[in-house]
Design a protein around this ligand. Structure first.
Ligand code: C2E
Ligand code: MG
Ligand code: MG
Length: 693
């Protein structure tokens, strides 16, 4: 055993080594708490020398305001009580960098028992603290986008709803799903997909503002909480703004791509008061929005449950529709607007459901697209249309609609070649109709498909122009032979003050310059046809010439050579009120009448069912589900009243209308009780009373 002096020296050297390693440090104070010793390594971090710090109060080394618990602010307290200090986390008094130490120390006393000061040590815990912080951030936030994660936002929604239900406050939830994100991910790769999601998150934050209320739930799904929002006009505007913003082109890794978004909205307390119910209902609304052709928003309403079930059944039936021979094609003439000669026809798919009768392709095509059934159905349409067209006399063309899902499928050019070869139809007699949505996703893939199809020799038409993104730049970049101007666009053009006529003129001029034909779709009335001819649109397709007809009819018409049709139809287009038959309640005083809405616009309605109601009478129209609208009678003829709403209705995201606000379910229950006890005699007789007479 070495003598005690040597031992002491050895210990000092070891401590010195330890100090120099920077892993730990030592300190000592006098009875007033002023430093008498501090390791050079720490003094250096504080920008001083050990000697320079001598006499400085120990507490001044630390930032007294830092730390999240009382414990960390207690150093002065411990020192005055002369207590032991145990691994106290303290932040160094450094402005520029964040540095944390765990400090320990023990008081020491003279032989007479008098307090002399402290001796202690410290270690740097900055790195540990940082990784602990990261871990808790990871637990709350999505590591890719920095938005709140699913767990965090669902806790937030729960606490918000719990607090709000006590205070009669409302809260909206939006669920958002990106359209065709998968396409980008598959073609540009996952890193590009990640980059895209980050940009989506940025755009969302810019619109919503509150970082804590926007979350990525996973994949390409997002959720937004909007406290105290229940105005469906405002919410619809916001959803529309979000969809428009996310649909702007992105630049990812030097590639340009476009995606879209669909939004479902549910509002507490009307659509549920528990977070689980609210989310489920917002999800149902989102599902319906996607079913409506994507790029839409949709408010939750109770009938969506039935709609979702109907859709599920329909999808099942659709699987067997082809083999059961329930589908056929109808052909609608496309007519030269000047000569009235039919130059071609568009093949339109028809499904005759065994129980439900004819179902519109606008309903079943989206279902087929979602379930990928569109590939086999689309192939059947292509083969059948080519086979039929090959039997027609002359050189009439056939146009076939191609879904974006088919367009994204590499096998399409080969399939087209097969259909042409096996029918013997020359390629220039086949026209493929494509919508603008094919430009979503990766542009280089799209261009390659265009080239391949042009290589086969078929014609290409841009369908439904004016309904989607309507970018004229598509016309310049893609090799189209024809632009089809959508019905809604033409319909609006005849309305006074509409700028659509000027836009159509511009489209026609551009198309002519690019050597493309133009077709106006859905022309029904003679005034529309007039306008279209004046605007120099080259072709017309619409009821004014012919509805879609079966192949047998077409064969009959073409037997004698060139097929000419004389236009016929109403002189002018009817106004664009919604024509309907919808039962609603009309509340007057304490009486509730059953009436039928015959047409509806945002500002008013035509109701039927009451007799001889004086002008100026006020009703509350009850559309159901808490939707009440105050209305005043402005016209009254026998059993029909034209009423004007005090507050305009707003879009429900589905081409329909809804009230901005709804009456809380609690209030309705209360009011019903009150009314039941104070019933008055009805002021008006109803149509039923009248019929009894
Ligand atoms: P689209 O390609 O824009 O077809 C034109 C639609 O307008 C057809 O509706 C046609 O019947 C309708 N239409 C034509 N003239 C008039 C008119 O004067 N007034 C009115 N109100 N409507 C008119 P349809 O047959 O119900 O088809 C709806 C949509 O379904 C089509 O729109 C097309 O996008 C899709 N579709 C139809 N068949 C197929 C198909 O075989 N494959 C694919 N992928 N989609 C198809
Ligand atoms: Mg079409
Ligand atoms: Mg169309």
């Amino acid at each position: 055993m070495a003598p005690p002096g040597l031992q002491m020296n050895e210990a000092l050297r070891l401590l010195q080594n330890y100090e120099e390693s920077g892993r730990g440090w030592f300190w000592a104070t006098n009875a007033e708490g002023r430093l008498t010793y501090i390791s050079e390594t720490v003094a250096a971090r504080l920008g001083k020398s050990g000697d320079g710090l001598a006499g400085t109060p120990l507490v001044e080394l630390f930032d007294g305001s830092a730390g999240e618990s009382e414990r960390q602010r207690s150093l002065p307290f411990l020192l005055t009580r002369q207590s032991k200090i145990d691994e106290l986390p303290l932040r160094a008094a450094l402005e520029e960098e964040e540095c944390w130490w765990a400090v320990s120390g023990r008081p020491f006393y003279s032989e007479g028992g008098q307090f002399q000061g402290y001796r202690g040590s410290g270690t740097d815990i900055t790195a540990q603290r940082r990784s602990a912080e990261d871990a808790s951030r990871l637990a709350l936030y999505d590591s890719l986008t920095g938005l709140a994660n699913r767990h965090h936002i669902s806790k937030k929604l729960e606490t918000t709803l719990a607090a709000f239900s006590q205070q009669d406050r409302s809260c909206a939830v939006m669920l958002l799903d990106l359209d065709r994100f998968k396409q980008v991910n598959d073609t540009l790769g996952h890193p590009a997909g990640d980059e895209l999601l980050k940009q989506v998150a940025q755009r969302l934050l810019k619109i919503v503002g509150d970082k804590e209320m926007v979350s990525r739930l996973g994949g390409d799904e997002f959720q937004i909480i909007l406290p105290d929002k229940d105005d469906r006009g405002e919410l619809g505007d916001l959803a529309g703004e979000i969809i428009a913003s996310l649909s702007q082109p992105y630049s990812v890794d030097g590639s340009r791509c476009i995606i879209g978004a669909s939004v479902g909205v549910a509002i507490s307390p009307f659509d549920g008061t528990k977070s689980g119910d609210l989310i489920r209902n917002a999800d149902l609304a989102l599902y319906a929005a996607k079913g409506n052709g994507r790029g839409r928003f949709r408010f939750y309403s109770q009938d969506l449950h039935q709609a979702a079930e109907d859709r599920r059944v329909l999808e099942e039936d659709l699987r067997d529709a082809l083999v059961r021979n329930e589908m056929h094609l109808a052909y609608q003439p496309v007519v030269n607007a000047k000569s009235n000669v039919v130059t071609g026809v568009e093949a339109l798919l028809r499904w005759n459901h065994p129980e439900r009768g004819p179902i519109s392709p606008a309903v079943f095509i989206p279902i087929a697209e979602e379930s990928n059934l569109i590939l086999s159905i689309g192939e059947w349409v292509l083969r059948t249309a080519c086979a039929d067209a090959a039997t027609w006399p002359g050189d009439m063309r056939v146009a076939v609609n191609v879904s974006p899902i088919q367009f994204a499928n590499e096998g399409l050019p080969k399939l087209v070649m097969h259909a042409l070869a096996s029918s013997g139809l020359p390629p220039e007699r086949l026209e493929l109709e494509i919508t603008e949505s094919v430009f979503l996703g990766d542009s280089s893939e799209t261009n390659r498909m265009f080239e391949a199809l042009k290589g086969v020799g078929v014609r290409l038409a841009l369908d439904d122009f004016g309904t989607g993104y309507s970018s004229l730049s598509y016309l310049q970049t893609a090799p189209f032979d024809k632009i089809k101007i959508d019905q809604s666009f033409v319909r609006d053009a005849t309305v006074a003050g509409s700028r659509n006529a000027a836009i159509i003129a511009a489209i026609v001029a551009l198309a002519e310059a690019l050597d493309m034909e133009t077709t106006a779709e859905g022309i029904e009335s003679l005034d529309q046809l007039d306008l279209i001819r004046k605007l120099n649109v080259s072709h017309v397709q619409g009821y004014v010439y012919s509805k879609p007809v079966p192949n047998a009819n077409l064969l009959e018409q073409t037997e004698t050579g060139a097929w000419t049709i004389k236009p016929s139809g109403p002189a002018r287009q009817r106004n664009d009120r919604f024509h309907m038959y919808r039962k609603v309640g009309a509340i007057h005083g304490n009486h509730r009448y059953e009436v039928v809405i015959r047409n509806l616009s945002a500002t008013g309605a035509l109701i039927e069912g009451l007799l001889d109601v004086p002008l100026g009478t006020q009703f509350v129209i009850d559309f159901g589900e808490g939707q009440l609208a105050t209305a005043t009678v402005r016209r009254s003829v026998k059993h029909q009243q034209g009423v004007e709403f005090e507050q305009s209705l707003v879009s429900d995201g589905n081409g329909g209308l809804c009230t901005r606000h709804r009456v809380s379910p609690y209030l309705i229950a209360e009011a019903t009780k009150r009314i039941a006890t104070t019933l008055e005699l009805p002021a008006f007789s109803t149509v039923n009373d009248w019929k009894k007479d």
